[in-house]
Design a protein around this ligand. Structure first.
Ligand SMILES: [Zn+2]
Length: 111
């Protein structure tokens, strides 16, 4: 009886071990799937982030220099020039060339 009981117990123990290993294998499978999913998600997020950064670079407006002139005057100024601040209804130019094409010459503040 004792050897037979021992044999049965041993067989039972091996079954438990087999079940545990099967469960572990299932856990590893699930973890691997989750890991792969997470890596894929991370990669696509990195791509999206890079794309957003590039779009932002493109969309950053180029700061254009603005010059102002009085319609009555003959000089154009930078906006921070003291003369510019006295102009009530300034005409605006993005470039000095644009201002001089319209007959204005540069104030000393421009140089
Ligand atoms: Zn000026």
């Amino acid at each position: 009886m004792i050897p037979s009981q021992f044999k049965q117990n041993t067989i039972k123990s091996f079954k438990y071990v087999r079940d545990d290993m099967e469960q572990l294998r299932e856990h590893v499978r699930t973890l691997t799937i989750n890991y792969n999913y997470t890596v894929q998600r991370l990669l696509s997020l990195e791509k999206a982030y890079a794309r957003l950064r590039n779009e932002q670079k493109v969309e950053v407006p180029v700061k254009t220099e603005v010059f102002v002139a009085s319609a009555k005057g003959d000089k154009y100024h930078k906006t921070n020039c003291p003369f510019a601040k006295n102009i009530k209804f300034p005409r605006r130019f993005e470039t000095g060339v644009e201002a001089s094409n319209q007959g204005f010459s540069s104030c000393s503040c421009v140089i």
